[in-house]
Design a protein around this ligand. Structure first.
Ligand SMILES: Nc1ncnc2c1ncn2[C@@H]1O[C@H](COP(=O)(O)OP(=O)(O)OP(=O)(O)O)[C@@H](O)[C@H]1O
Ligand SMILES: [Mg+2]
Length: 320
């Protein structure tokens, strides 16, 4: 096991709870049962300890060593209540596994009953149930990782196979004006697509920020919304937003950081700092803003991948 696997186990210990590692349908015994009957139960069920329950409440725990003790004293026909351990540590279903392990390790606590708020036994944890659950979880996260690796591999091959510049993947999203409920959805979807295609996280972040700002501008500043087009080529990613009005009078002016025409009610919502276009410029390699007043606006944002392609050098943070 490499370092990575060890930290995965640690992560699991800290995130899993007793309910994830306990055995659900627990065998319990009545305090009036004889020790001989308990012995037989342990034999047939292949267990070494059982919670003792009166009514709905746990009153103790009886283990194989209590059975041996009774046997040695010739008291196998005496009731469980005379041989059980009454000083029992228990846990609840949301006790963390790391806490559980501290207690399980202690002498005499080979198993811990899980109690609900009313003191009723709802499960039991042993080193066995703990180990089995941990292995299952490890197996699951291992399989997930393998699957992700495969996906990344496939994706990077798609791009290796793209040899000519005119091959490209195009994604298209419609954005409605004033639709604040769905605002941000396109950038989230584009982000996910890039992740699926195997893009490096730093590139994904740059694209996500730029596209979010561009998408918000469609929501906030257009009359009838617009669309976002994403073209992915072997060496570049281009995001274009296109709308049909109202257009921009003075391009130089709107490119000044801090300039905004957002009305008061938009500013109330936290937008309109006049930083969107500046942010897009900062995140991208090339930004082009074109507009015709009365006709519409087009914004092209370009991300160049460099030598490693989509999953390579483009992921490196940009020098400012
Ligand atoms: N698609 C568009 N159509 C018309 N005007 C636009 C469009 N996109 C941007 N603008 C104009 O450019 C200005 C500056 O845009 P920018 O994104 O930098 O700032 P903002 O949207 O006003 O505020 P912020 O982005 O910080 O919330 C806007 O206030 C608006 O006047
Ligand atoms: Mg903006």
């Amino acid at each position: 096991m490499g370092d990575h696997d060890i930290s995965k186990v640690e992560e699991l210990l800290y995130t899993m709870k007793v309910e994830d590692v306990m055995a659900g349908d627990t065998i319990v015994v009545d305090p009036e049962l004889s020790m001989a009957e308990v012995k037989q139960l342990m034999d047939t069920k292949q267990i070494t300890g059982v919670p003792v329950v009166r009514g709905d409440r746990m009153v103790g725990i009886v283990s194989i060593s209590d059975v041996i003790g009774a046997l040695e004293k010739g008291q196998l026909l005496r009731p469980v209540k005379e041989h059980m351990t009454t000083d029992v540590k228990s846990v609840t279903r949301d006790t963390s596994v790391i806490e559980l392990i501290k207690n399980l390790g202690r002498r005499g606590f080979g198993r811990l009953p899980v109690l609900n708020g009313e003191g009723k036994v709802i499960g039991i944890v042993t080193t066995g149930t703990l180990l089995r659950s941990l292995l299952t979880q490890m197996e699951m996260s291992y399989q997930k990782k393998e699957q992700e690796k495969l996906q990344r591999y496939r994706a990077s091959h798609i791009f290796e196979d793209i040899s000519s510049d005119d091959t490209s993947v195009v994604l298209r999203y419609i954005v409605d004006d004033r639709d604040f409920t769905n605002a941000g959805k396109a950038s989230t979807m584009i982000k996910k697509s890039l992740q699926r295609l195997g893009a490096q996280p730093p590139l994904v972040r740059r694209v996500a920020v730029a596209v979010y700002e561009a998408e918000m501008n469609l929501v906030i500043h257009t009359d009838v919304g617009g669309e976002i087009l994403v073209t992915i080529r072997r060496d570049r990613l281009q995001v274009s937003t296109v709308d049909h009005g109202p257009g921009i009078e003075n391009l130089d002016q709107v490119l000044q950081p801090g300039y905004s025409t957002a009305p008061e009610w938009i500013r109330q919502m936290g937008f309109g700092a006049g930083m969107g276009l500046a942010n897009i410029k900062r995140c991208s390699d090339v930004m082009r803003l074109m507009s015709e007043p009365g006709a519409g606006t087009r914004l092209d944002i370009l991300f160049l991948f460099g030598p490693g392609g989509l999953s390579g050098a483009a992921g490196l943070p940009k020098k400012s």
